[in-house]
Design a protein around this ligand. Structure first.
Ligand code: HEM
Length: 365
């Protein structure tokens, strides 16, 4: 293939990829679930507002966010996905209430009837786009109060939930203030509402969470199954084409050096100066591994390390955050240091002030 063809292929790949990204970026923006300006009861009394919901999201983030369970997806799974947890608790509350106390003791027919009633009740969209108002039925408000009480006990300091808190690796008093707790519960409500409410005129919900709750009618749609299968098949076909083209293309013979060039390299002063970068990389990897070990241990003993109360100053949310973030630092440092090391190694000499530059960069960093 000549160079022109390669350039055209590259531009096509970049162009098509960005077109797809921009299209779906725009779709995500357009189709995001709405945050209501106000949430009201059936008589119009305001229960809470959109800014309460957003503040609640900040509360959740300030406590570790996706490092403490998840909302709508990819986060830590030592604690649950809060939207799945919320929906399940809401569903159980309503089913038990409608069953007159104990849903589990009902006959199969009765259960099926109540579950269908639950699906119709929860999936109905009561958001008014024009007034940006979400209206909640009285029973849904009751369920919210019920869930809020549970989250208050969990995230604050109810001794009855010590065991659950430890299972979830959440320290006592993760939230210290009732009003912050209330806002976080409001955020959990809204995030869960978006996972069960059908989009206007459609039978799919605004978004989805994991694990899905079949009892409330959240099951994978046909489209989802088809597109998941389709994308895996496309990926395999793509890899197949790459391997095929590579195998069919005549490879130019590459002349191998007689001796390993790295063995004969002249180690210049600037190359020696990069040593400290590699020390830093090593220390960071070590720190990451130590934090990884602590993070893993929190999956077994959520509130301590072999009985030592490290959770009070180094809770799971912190060890996991730093475990994941440190990789970025050492990979970037190793990348930089290797570049600084290899360039003079190839040329066999230091450009003027190279050593000074390497040292200044290290101090500045
Ligand atoms: C002995 C070494 C390591 C141990 C014991 C360890 C342990 C863990 C554990 C337990 C988690 C899951 C935390 C959770 O969600 O509950 C985790 C996640 C993660 N680790 Fe490690 N890890 C180690 C090394 C590394 C290294 C070397 C890297 C990167 C270069 C790395 C990158 C990550 C990332 C990115 C995640 C988040 C993954 C995700 O959310 O899907 N880990 N690690």
């Amino acid at each position: 293939m000549n160079h022109k063809k390669l350039w055209i292929a590259l531009l096509l790949v970049v162009g098509i990829s960005f077109a797809v990204l921009l299209f779906y970026g725009n779709q995500i923006y357009q189709k995001a679930p709405p945050v209501p300006e106000q949430v009201v009861d059936e008589s119009g009394n305001v229960l809470f507002t959109g800014s309460n919901i957003k503040d609640g999201q900040n509360v959740w983030q300030s406590m570790g966010g996706q490092e403490v369970g998840t909302v709508w997806g990819h986060g830590a799974y030592v604690a649950p996905d809060w939207t799945a947890d919320y929906l399940h608790r809401e569903a159980q509350y309503l089913l038990n209430k409608w069953a007159g106390g104990d849903f589990d003791s009902q006959s199969s027919e009765q259960k099926a009837l109540l579950e269908r009633r639950l699906q119709i009740f929860l999936r109905k969209n009561t958001y008014d786009k024009a007034t940006k108002t979400l209206t909640l039925a009285a029973e849904r408000i009751e369920a919210f109060e019920h869930n809020k009480a549970h989250y208050t006990s969990l995230f604050m300091n109810d001794p009855a939930l010590d065991k659950l808190r430890s299972d979830y690796a959440i320290p006592k008093n993760a939230i210290k203030d009732e009003s912050r707790m209330e806002k976080m519960a409001q955020f959990f409500f809204w995030a869960s509402w978006a996972c069960v409410t059908e989009r206007p005129g459609e039978s799919i919900t605004y978004t989805h969470n994991w694990p899905n709750d079949a009892q409330i009618g959240n099951v994978p749609t046909g489209d989802l199954v088809i597109w998941t299968g389709f994308s895996i098949i496309m990926l395999l076909i793509g890899i197949g084409i790459l391997v095929f083209v590579q195998a069919r293309t005549q490879q130019e013979e590459v002349l191998k050096p007689v001796n390993d060039p790295l063995m004969n390299q002249v180690v210049t002063p600037s190359m020696r100066a990069t040593k400290k970068y590699f020390w830093i990389v090593n220390i960071l990897i070590l720190a990451q591994v130590m934090l990884g070990i602590l993070t893993a241990h929190y999956g077994v003993e959520g509130d301590a390390l072999y009985g030592i109360d490290i959770a009070s100053f180094l809770p799971y949310s912190i060890t996991r955050t730093w475990h994941v973030q440190i990789a970025i630092f050492w990979i970037a440092s190793a990348w930089l240091a290797t570049g600084l090391y290899i360039a003079p190694s190839l040329s066999g000499r230091d450009p003027k002030f190279q050593k000074l530059g390497v040292n200044v960069l290290n101090w500045g960093w």
